[in-house]
Design a protein around this ligand. Structure first.
Ligand SMILES: Nc1nc2c(c(=O)[nH]1)N[C@H]1C(S)=C(S)[C@@H](COP(=O)(O)OP(=O)(O)OC[C@H]3O[C@@H](n4cnc5c(=O)[nH]c(N)nc54)[C@H](O)[C@@H]3O)O[C@H]1N2
Ligand SMILES: Nc1nc2c(c(=O)[nH]1)N[C@H]1C(S)=C(S)[C@@H](COP(=O)(O)OP(=O)(O)OC[C@H]3O[C@@H](n4cnc5c(=O)[nH]c(N)nc54)[C@H](O)[C@@H]3O)O[C@H]1N2
Ligand code: SF4
Ligand SMILES: [Mo]
Length: 758
């Protein structure tokens, strides 16, 4: 009998009751063991748990516990480098405020420790009662791109098929929904085409709304390794660290990217700087797009963007055929009221100039969280696993057959998006919310609205590694989770590379890996038979792998975790009948299109770094990529005389991660960023308002106020302010507007005023 069976057996004997003993001696029940393959005093390699770069770290163990780490020189992503967060990745595990026991809010309004059995009974009884009284649509969950894909997948299966919930979304909505929709509509599948080697192989790199020096420092190091003396162009209203290091900076007006891109397309077509053969062979809808951009003449667009006609022409020159041009974008594009069309306008430039499927090219969305890509493929929220659609009866049947469930239990349309779930809470339709590994009381756009909604809930469950996050403080029930370093699983980085998390440290107290929390909930709910083939993360991975067969993201050739480990991560697709190239110089043949890959006759040798679309075939039924476009829309909250500044928000330090629950625990990292909240203001505005650097100021919007120190610098343009998203105050100000196609919040523009505190 293996450990998991022993655990199940014990659960049966105790009528499903999970005792303290079982949680406190987890090793005996397989809930907290260090995987057998790790020696107590050894070094092992695994992927960093912060950003989507997915760097390899060597973890040094003593007596079975991680004591230190160094970047992995062998890993093909980071080649021995790490940013400050990576170097300090073990510190957040040891913090005093780790959630070590479940906690329930008592009659006195305070959270008090309890045992797992009581917590899980409360969870089950309360939610079942809510369903009985208000129906299945009265409960929703909010999850994350920060846990491994086996956990995300298990949550999706448990919540949607086991508990029968209809509504669930993730913080990837705040982050990646735009890129997901843009790719799906343009390529026929959510498929970022690049590999990091493209950073090194480009002649021209264009970054739209991306600040990799801060947000993806190791990707930026790869740019710095480019031997081709590349032109580096940054399109950002702010003079960021990346803009300062670039060869050209286009400081456009906020949210003018879409007209800018249509203006560039206009010039490229007018001058004949396009790849007609590529357009004819591999794309559809070009003529309609060309007609659409006819009216975007550079003089008018130059005015609208604030760049002027001459700089528009100069920009277009850089995109002329003959050079390898790669186009990259991140949150300055995704977090916009018209993010999807903007991302597609970038894709259109790559398509019309033939800059795709070749070294140093591509229309490339850089992802954010360590497993944002896994969430996009497997979370079972906005789509069914492996990029399938709820609306498609064949897709529902495929999933049902592989999981051995009745297709009738699969809902026929996606549930509500994040903002719609919160509207449901405000309107009293949604009574209970289960929040996993995300901290919306800090990170959601218009935070006061989130807090007001939370107050209306009958039950707010927060599953987190810390018991005192801004969201946990509002919870009725806190479930203590293990975190990176304390559990196993697979994550997918920006270049589609699957990498491994390993368990190198025991979880504190009674904290459990999210995987096992989900298993226990299934047991208490009475739907654990659904997860019968998923007793360990690795078994779950095998189930997921089956779901990918014949899909563009086919990973059926990945045998097990060991293979991922030995190969230094593996990019999807990797169908059965593929084998790794013998050495990095063992040139790989062009990768077969996903459609033919599944039926390929013999083993195909493939490289460690691969890009998509080398054969010019896309995932739409006609094999072509589609030009997608639409008219620009007005800014949802323009500045006014009362609120004359446009507030931009984003990352500000390579040493801070989001809501700072983890990075705030490291004394080393705290030295690397400002101790106080701050706001960047242009010297002209500051002098008019008699504000000096270091002064405390009050920034107000129609929704709330924030106190911050002024940082007077020409990094922002006159009339603009910038605040880091890491400070909790910032989302008291932001305006809740959303891209209509992706429902991604537009975090990067709202109207505010500012004055010296006094
Ligand atoms: N150190 C650190 N690294 C991180 C993270 C972190 O919290 N800390 N988070 C990770 C995550 S989840 C994500 S999603 C990524 C985000 O990575 P990035 O998107 O690179 O970071 P941001 O600072 O949010 O936004 C990028 C830029 O968009 C610009 N911008 C604002 N409005 C506009 C506009 O209208 N047009 C254009 N062109 N640009 C605009 C901003 O000025 C900003 O410089 O970072 C990841 N990496
Ligand atoms: N104004 C403004 N707001 C923004 C943005 C912006 O640019 N501007 N960016 C948006 C973007 S792109 C993003 S991605 C979001 C990020 O927003 P959040 O997802 O809210 O930010 P995090 O701080 O990463 O929250 C993760 C939570 O999970 C917990 N955690 C970590 N590991 C584990 C684990 O293994 N299991 C469990 N159960 N818990 C764990 C952490 O303690 C933390 O509380 O913020 C968004 N908000
Ligand atoms: S760049 Fe990202 S993945 Fe690499 S060490 Fe830093 S936080 Fe970790
Ligand atoms: Mo993100």
């Amino acid at each position: 009998m293996d450990l998991k069976d022993k655990f199940s057996e014990l659960m049966r004997q105790r009528q499903g009751r999970l005792t303290h003993e079982m949680v406190l001696t987890p090793g005996r029940f397989g809930l907290g063991r260090t995987p057998e393959r790790l020696q107590p005093d050894s070094t092992t390699s695994m992927v960093c748990g912060f950003c989507s770069t997915g760097c390899g770290l060597k973890i040094h163990l003593k007596d079975g516990k991680a004591v230190n780490l160094t970047p992995d020189p062998e890993y093909p992503v980071n080649l021995g480098m790490a940013c400050p967060k990576g170097w300090e990745a073990l510190t957040p595990l040891k913090a005093d405020n780790r959630a070590t026991v479940p906690m329930i809010r008592g009659g006195d309004g305070k959270l008090a420790p309890t045992d797992w059995d009581t917590a899980l009974r409360l969870f089950t009884d309360k939610l079942k009662d809510t369903i009985a009284r208000h129906g299945k649509e009265s409960i929703a969950f909010l999850s994350t791109g920060q846990i491994p894909m086996e956990e995300l997948f298990m949550l999706g299966i448990l919540a949607k098929f086991g508990m029968g919930l209809v509504h669930g979304d993730a913080n990837t909505r705040q982050c990646m929904a735009t890129a997901h929709v843009a790719y799906k509509q343009s390529f026929g599948f959510d498929a970022p085409p690049f590999t990091y080697k493209d950073y090194e192989d480009s002649d021209v790199l264009v970054f739209f709304g991306a600040n990799p020096c801060i947000a993806h420092p190791i990707m930026w190091e790869r740019v710095m390794m480019n031997p081709r003396k590349p032109e580096i162009i940054v399109v950002d209203p702010r003079q960021t660290e990346t803009a300062l290091a670039a060869t050209k900076h286009y400081p456009l007006l906020p949210k003018s990217d879409l007209p800018l891109l249509y203006g560039l397309a206009h010039i490229l077509i007018r001058e004949g700087w396009i790849d007609r053969d590529y357009i004819d062979a591999h794309t559809s809808g070009f003529q309609a797009f060309a007609d659409h951009v006819k009216t975007y003449d550079p003089a008018a667009v130059g005015k609208l963007t604030g760049l002027g006609e001459a700089r528009m022409l100069e920009f277009a020159q850089s995109l002329r055929p003959g050079k390898r041009v790669s186009l990259w974008w991140t949150m300055g594009v995704n977090q916009s009221h018209e993010g999807v069309r903007t991302a597609q306008a970038i894709i259109n430039i790559a398509l019309m100039t033939g800059n795709i499927g070749k070294p140093g090219t591509g229309a490339n969305s850089i992802t954010g969280q360590v497993n944002a890509m896994g969430s996009r493929l497997f979370s079972n929220t906005s789509g069914l696993p492996a990029g399938r659609n709820f609306q498609d009866a064949d897709h529902r049947k495929e999933v049902a057959d592989i999981l051995g469930i009745d297709a009738a239990i699969i809902q026929q349309k996606p549930g509500l998006a994040y903002d719609q779930i919160l509207d449901g809470v405000k309107e009293g339709r949604i009574k209970a919310l289960w929040v996993i590994a995300t901290n919306p009381a800090h990170s959601w756009i218009d935070q006061e609205e989130f807090r007001r909604a939370a107050e209306k809930l009958d039950l707010l469950v927060v599953q987190d590694m810390y018991h005192d996050t801004d969201t946990a403080r509002l919870a009725h029930l806190v479930l203590p989770s293990a975190c990176w370093g304390e559990k196993e699983g697979v994550v997918i980085n920006s270049e589609r590379r699957l990498g491994l998390f390993k368990k190198v440290s025991p979880a504190p107290g009674q904290a459990l890996a999210d995987f096992y929390i989900f298993k226990l909930i299934a047991k208490y709910w009475g739907c654990d038979s659904l997860l019968k083939d998923m007793d360990t993360p690795e078994q779950t991975f095998q189930v997921m792998s089956k779901l990918t067969v014949g899909r563009p993201c086919d990973i059926s050739g990945i045998r097990d975790y060991k293979m991922i480990d030995e190969e230094g991560g593996i990019q999807w697709p990797y169908p059965a009948a593929t084998v790794p190239a013998a050495s990095p110089t063992d040139a790989a043949p062009a990768y077969p299109a996903a459609s033919s890959a599944a039926v390929s006759s013999g083993p195909v040798r493939i490289d460690r770094e691969r890009r998509l679309f080398e054969d010019g075939r896309f995932y739409h039924p006609d094999g072509k990529a589609k030009f997608q476009f639409g008219p620009p829309q007005p800014i949802p909250e323009p500045v006014t005389p009362a609120f004359p500044f446009a507030l931009l928000t984003g990352r500000s330090s390579s040493a801070q991660w989001h809501t700072n629950t983890r990075t705030g625990k490291s004394a080393v990292l705290r030295k690397l960023y400002s101790a106080d909240s701050y706001v960047e203001i242009h010297p002209e505005d500051a002098s008019r308002l008699k504000i000096a650097s270091g002064d405390w100021v009050i920034v107000r919007s129609l929704r709330g106020r924030a106190r911050a120190r002024a940082s007077v610098a020409s990094t922002v343009q006159p009339g603009h302010l910038f605040m880091p998203m890491h400070d909790v105050e910032v989302n008291r100000l932001t305006f809740p507007s959303f891209d209509p196609h992706s429902r991604q919040p537009s975090y990067k523009h709202c109207a505010v005023n500012v004055e010296k505190e006094g």
